[in-house]
Design a protein around this ligand. Structure first.
Ligand code: NDP
Length: 330
């Protein structure tokens, strides 16, 4: 059936926030394609998740060359959705992709060389059927390639019109600062940084967030729900249809320890007292950071998108609530 987006999708302007010191606005919650969009997944379910998200105002979709499995298939599937449903709305979308992890055999299909980044970007555009992506990322730091070369490749991608903005992911604070200076000199500001951040993984609080604020770079934090653990999903046992239940490549059942579950139980009680689900409170908690523009979630069902976007109804925390969360996480 022909898709017509919800006419009220932009009814809440507070849904958007400025991306660092740029002109770009991003939705406070963005959707990532790491899981559930590969050829191993149901295309119709994936499509319904994307269209429901867009109906609710999610304009930012985050991909990478290697998302699948198999690698590349998430981009191909998204390309199909663009062609069948979203082509008319291309100018309403912020589409990102990345290169940095192993993608093809030989010395040119991995890490951070100019050769890899620029050929990978061409391949990603082809898979998605696009002329340009909005954001192109270096997916990880490459200790063996001069940073000037990797940043030069990002700047070239922007200057050639194949990307509108440059980003980095998984870069440490010191290298992020250097990357920002290099890109500034090249006339292509570093727009955005994608680190892992959630209640169980707080490394960016130590130094990265202050670098982002200082440099005017936006933070888009991935895995804000700790791959679903911070939704309370596992409190009654790991569901068979959940990530740990059926695809333990990145979230192994043994990582969902009794100790974690007892913290999750207490967080869940606090969320309920706030009138939110734990998923919603976990998203509000990452969004409280001034450095964080958007929480980059995953979803396996449209109902998860609906629930998670409900987080935006209550983003405020009292000092008492924050203290309680600290004591639970301590
Ligand atoms: P999340 O922490 O948001 O976990 C998402 C998963 O949690 C869903 O797939 C679903 O899993 C479960 N879930 C989500 N909402 C709910 C809910 N309301 N109730 C119950 N379960 C829920 O993020 P991801 O780990 O998926 O990562 C998000 C995105 O971040 C990726 O798609 C990617 O774009 C990006 N990313 C970037 C990386 C990088 O190196 N730059 C690395 C990793 C991710 P299920 O239902 O299957 O259990």
């Amino acid at each position: 059936m022909r898709y017509t987006p919800d006419q009220n999708r932009y009814a809440r302007p507070e849904f958007f926030a400025r991306c660092g010191k740029s002109g770009l606005m991003l939705p406070r919650i963005s959707l990532g394609f790491w899981h559930n969009f590969g050829d191993v997944d149901s295309f119709e379910t994936a499509r319904s998740i994307v269209l429901r998200a867009f109906d609710l105002g999610v304009t930012h979709f985050d991909l990478a060359n290697n998302y699948g499995p198999p690698p590349g298939s998430a981009e191909i599937n998204f390309g199909k959705m663009l062609a069948s449903d979203l082509a008319a709305y291309r100018d309403e979308l912020i589409i990102s992709t990345k290169a940095g992890y192993t993608m093809w055999a030989g010395p040119y299909g991995d890490w951070g060389s100019r050769k890899y980044l620029l050929s990978s970007l061409d391949q990603s555009l082809k898979r998605m059927g696009l002329d340009y992506v909005d954001i192109f990322y270096s997916h990880r730091m490459d200790p063996s390639t001069p940073l000037e070369e990797t940043m030069g490749a990002l700047a070239h991608a922007v200057k050639s019109g194949k990307a509108l903005y440059a980003g980095v992911s998984n870069y440490n604070p010191e290298t992020t600062g250097r990357a920002a200076s290099l890109l500034r000199e090249m006339g292509t500001p570093l727009l955005i940084h994608q680190p892992k951040y959630n209640m169980f993984e707080r490394t960016p609080e130590k130094a990265l967030f202050s670098v982002l604020v200082r440099e005017g770079i936006s933070g888009i934090v991935f895995t804000p729900l700790a791959q679903g653990m911070l939704t309370g999903r596992d409190l009654g046992g790991i569901p068979a249809d959940s990530r740990a239940g059926h695809d333990p490549r990145f979230l192994k059942p043994e990582n969902i320890t009794e100790e974690k579950l007892s913290r999750i139980r207490r967080l869940d009680a606090l969320a309920k007292a706030r009138g939110q689900s734990l998923a919603q409170m976990s998203l509000a908690w990452v969004l409280r950071q001034p450095a964080v523009t958007t929480a980059l979630i995953g979803a396996s069902k449209t109902s998860q998108i609906e629930e998670n976007l409900g987080a935006l109804k209550n983003l405020a925390f009292s000092a008492e609530e924050l203290k309680t969360i600290e004591s639970i996480l301590a």
